[in-house]
Design a protein around this ligand. Structure first.
Ligand code: HEC
Ligand code: HEC
Length: 361
């Protein structure tokens, strides 16, 4: 009985069927798509977090997640009107099936301009301390607004214009009212709602997570996957930086240099240092690194095995004889390492309706 009620609720959607155009402050008219949301909002506020992801929640007191707030954030995340010429949404460069990363090294922003760095995966940002390749530690509320203003990404340089533009779209009255108790649109609220949605984007259901929850000594892992975890933790020392206890990132270490080049075209946070990204869903987030230089996990593994350059700022964890480490991994060890990395994919997260496009195009 309970199941069938859930089924009915899950199928009941409110459709904001709007046709035609809205007068827009831009030269391009804004064609509205049809928005479809569940009548009872999805659960974002009370997602159960397994204890192995025992990390500090970065939600500030004045912006706790609510289901309506995150729902508004979801719509904004997929909203093309967030860009200056109504063609680019956050989701244009952060695609769900790809762990919210992008399939190309650089992403196309508004008016066909290209970003100069690889788009980053999004998951479990509720527990992250630093964001963007430069390892910026401002709160998520501020970070999420950056791409909107960025002249390459979305080009809405004046936040006042953004608020006016969103305010002119009919379905936002109801969404802002439910999320914040008033139909008034401000860029501050836009940042808060996006941050709530991002904090509601929780991934805890990979094969690795299941093994941690079952706490059964990785009984469901293949021999290859188990061997790979062993290499990850010991011989290859990946866990020094991609720490399983911090969701395969290590934000407390800030940005670091992994010896990709002797001369850096992009200095990152200085001296070729970049944020240590989480490896969650890494099998689907190719290409890799801040400039998307590696297309496959094999290439990444080759880099750490024998491609690390002895840069003066190279992280101590990658140093060895002659300046840079040479791991001397066997082919079997490399294959095992890759098999382990593939256990970090959370199919549920990549297809979860809560994070999907609410517009029917
Ligand atoms: C044109 C492509 C593009 C668009 C549109 C875009 N992003 Fe990004 N995003 C990127 C790139 C590229 C990076 C890495 C930039 C850097 O660090 O220099 C990034 C990084 C991020 C990060 C940091 C992730 C981390 O792990 O540190 C967040 C959060 C983010 N974007 C959220 C958003 C939101 C929210 C929107 C919409 C308001 C958005 N992005 C729109 C390309 C894009
Ligand atoms: C010294 C810290 C450190 C160690 C040790 C380390 N990494 Fe990394 N890893 C990083 C940093 C920093 C980046 C981003 C570098 C960049 O883009 O310039 C990164 C990026 C990656 C990426 C690309 C992720 C993405 O989204 O683009 C993968 C995959 C990866 N590492 C796997 C591994 C594996 C496997 C090992 C062990 C063989 C390992 N790392 C060891 C710091 C480290």
């Amino acid at each position: 009985m309970k199941n069938s009620i859930f089924y009915v609720l899950a199928l009941a959607f409110v459709s904001y069927a709007i046709t035609g155009c809205v007068k827009s402050i831009d030269s391009e008219p804004l064609e509205l798509s049809q928005l479809e949301l569940p009548t009872v909002p999805y659960n974002y506020a009370n997602i159960e977090i397994p204890t192995h992801i025992n990390m500090q929640d970065n939600s500030p007191n004045d912006n706790q997640i609510s289901d309506h707030g995150a729902t508004l954030g979801r719509v904004l995340f997929y909203e093309k009107a967030m860009s200056k010429n109504n063609t680019i949404a956050c989701a244009s460069c952060h695609e769900q099936a790809l762990g919210f990363a992008n399939a190309t090294a650089f992403s196309e922003g508004f008016e066909g301009q290209m970003t100069t760095r690889n788009s980053m995966a999004i998951a479990n940002h509720r527990f992250a301390e630093q964001f963007f390749w430069n390892s910026d530690n401002r709160p998520l509320e501020e970070q999420v607004i950056q791409p909107v203003q960025n002249h390459i990404e979305m080009g809405m340089e004046r936040l006042e214009d953004l608020a006016l533009k969103i305010d002119a779209i009919p379905y936002y009255d109801d969404l802002f009212d439910k999320a914040f108790g008033s139909t008034e649109v401000t860029s501050d609220k836009i940042g808060k709602a996006l941050a709530q949605f991002l904090r509601g984007m929780v991934s805890t259901d990979s094969k690795y997570d299941k093994a941690m929850v079952a706490n059964n000594n990785f009984a469901d892992f293949t021999e290859l996957e188990k061997a790979g975890f062993e290499v990850f933790e010991n011989k290859a020392n990946c866990a020094d930086c991609h720490n399983p206890g911090s969701d395969f990132a290590a934000s407390w270490r800030g940005a670091t240099n992994i010896g990709l080049d002797m001369d850096y075209a992009d200095e990152g946070a200085g001296n070729g240092r970049f944020k240590i990204p989480s490896l969650r869903n890494v099998a689907v987030t190719a290409p890799y690194m801040h400039d998307g230089r590696y297309v496959t996990l094999e290439e990444v593994i080759e880099h750490y095995d024998n491609g690390v350059k002895p840069h003066p700022s190279l992280d101590w964890a990658l140093q060895g004889n002659g300046g840079a480490q040479n791991l001397d991994l066997t082919l079997a060890e490399k294959q095992a390492l890759k098999a382990f990395l593939m256990t970090l994919t959370d199919e549920q997260y990549l297809t979860d309706a809560r994070y999907s496009n609410p517009f029917i195009d």
